[in-house]
Design a protein around this ligand. Sequence first.
Ligand code: ATP
Length: 247
Amino acid sequence: MNAPKPALPPVLQLERVARRRAGRSAVSNLSLRLDAGQVLGLLGVNGAGKSTTLAMIAGALRPDRGTISLLGKDFLEHPELARQAIGWLPEAAPLWPELTVREHLNAHGRLRGLSGARLDQARDAVLERLELKDLARRLAGVLSQGQRQRLGLACALLHRPALLVLDEPANALDPVQVVALRALLRELAAGGTSVILSTHQLPEVTAVCDRVAILHEGMLRYDAPLAADQHDALEKTFFNIAMAKAA
Ligand SMILES: Nc1ncnc2c1ncn2[C@@H]1O[C@H](COP(=O)(O)OP(=O)(O)OP(=O)(O)O)[C@@H](O)[C@H]1O
């Protein structure tokens, strides 16, 4: 009889993570786990702590307390893991106006250790997948908001990270691109990529996520699997949490 395979470590695990900002608690006592191929939607009203949480996961903000591990390794002790294993799209894609779309992708690829034919292949694949081919030689400074968002996504995806961290990824996308983004995220998840995304759009969550977490006043108030037909139930849960008065 074959010995049972050892369980894989979660792609992402947060344990009792806390962070204060401007002297106030922004996130407290947050524990979350994400396995390979899961798509987790992070919901919450303005100021609930979503962006702070995603910035900590992406390594851009250090937690005051708690641990974050990536593929079973403490992420603060192995910061190089973030570069290899995470693709991050912050709330506003950080772009250099004087670089072209293609130059952005080259720069991101090199930062992630890609070069030569591997870089060319990775760059051309995301240009194609995010419908940016015709814009490859355009300066980022003259892109529309939705085009900037697609370039930000392309930069996050380029090195095929194990974990994609997306802060309101559908922002500024037109309805055609929103549908294309949904298909892209489902396709990545089917290939084993894990995704954590924050959004204010409940339909986005029901369309692409298999789990939902709701933050309120920096605390995790809900974390459960989501079936495809649960839009109304999710809306009810969200409003119950969002409208609750602080205890
Ligand atoms: N750069 C900052 N400096 C100081 N405090 C901040 C900063 N960014 C966020 N905060 C504070 O941290 C808390 C959590 O904010 P955060 O941006 O994480 O919430 P959010 O859920 O992403 O909100 P939104 O939906 O409005 O984007 C809020 O009280 C906010 O005022």
